[in-house]
Ligand binder design. Sequence first.
Ligand code: NAD
Length: 337
Amino acid sequence: MSEKTVSDKTVSEKTVSDETARRILVTGALGQIGTELVPALRARFGDDAVVATDIKELDGALGADTAAAGLYERVDVTKPKQLADVVERYDVGTVYHLAALLSAVAEAHPQRAWSLNMGGLIDVLELARERSLAVFVPSSIAAFGPGMPDPTPQIAPQRPTSMYGVTKVAGELLCDYYHDHFGVDVRGVRYPGLISSTAPPGGGTTDYAVHIFHAAVRDGHYTCFLREDTRLDMMYMPDAIRAAIDLMTADGARLPLGHRNAYNVTSFSVTPAELADAIRRHLPEFTIDYAVDPMRQRIADSWPDRLDHRAAQTDWGWRPAYDLDSLVADMMRALGA
Ligand code: NAD
């Protein structure tokens, strides 16, 4: 990490036109969010404007063949030189930084989670400082700990008890620091559990809310790893993608420190039993039972039931398009039920 003083505040706020002029790079692009974010960014800014990257070999996630998958590079975000080479080669101006270990995997491998979630983030932020990049970094409901009020306010005590949550709070603060001290235009949201029909989820505590749909359509039955009354916030992937792009194209002057890297966003909060009822309105024979996984239940019990997302509504006009019923209807259609 090259040394620069606090007063060396040379990186300026980005605007939409900057974003369209230089390319957009997505890290962790073959994961649950990236496989839908990359096509959405290409639809908006042009096929040539987006470079997808991941530590994995290109699989079918972004298109059946290499040409359909568009610009793609293998990049390990914990190797700063690999990142810097790709940023330089493709004239990147904005990074959507998605590479991370999710909650259940992070709990099983805490040191790995720290080195990827924090090491990858500081590599990206350093590059952003040196090369005037704008950066999107997703945080999570996991950034809160047990006993939060319902709904949990934008600004509230953050004492998470999972390793994933520890990295998310530390990440929010690191992003604030890079903005405040070096002027880096970094922005982020606290996503709830994300439900989508394309890529499988990457090992989080809310994965049940994706698995349940596939199992319902395929087998007519699902065994859930969380208790039936576990209430958590959820969001449909199209809303999550829109939140990321809307925040990154919002007027930076309207995003105060303390909000800009950690906007609470949500669509609805739901329990496994309520989600099963909503699916049963489409598949009346669907059945669910429960085999609770103590580790994931403990993580879920430590998270808020519901976030207050009024700061995102006020500062940049956030508004989800899907509620529980419209999400379930769309998932059923997407899965051919
Ligand atoms: P995911 O696990 O589905 O995908 C992560 C991707 O990162 C994978 O494709 C993986 O191969 C890649 N990766 C792993 N190590 C890497 C490395 N060293 N270098 C480059 N790539 C690497 O995750 P996701 O669900 O797409 O989540 C993306 C971000 O959003 C994460 O920061 C996550 O914490 C956050 N988030 C996700 C959810 C959710 O429900 N999916 C909710 C809240 C926050």
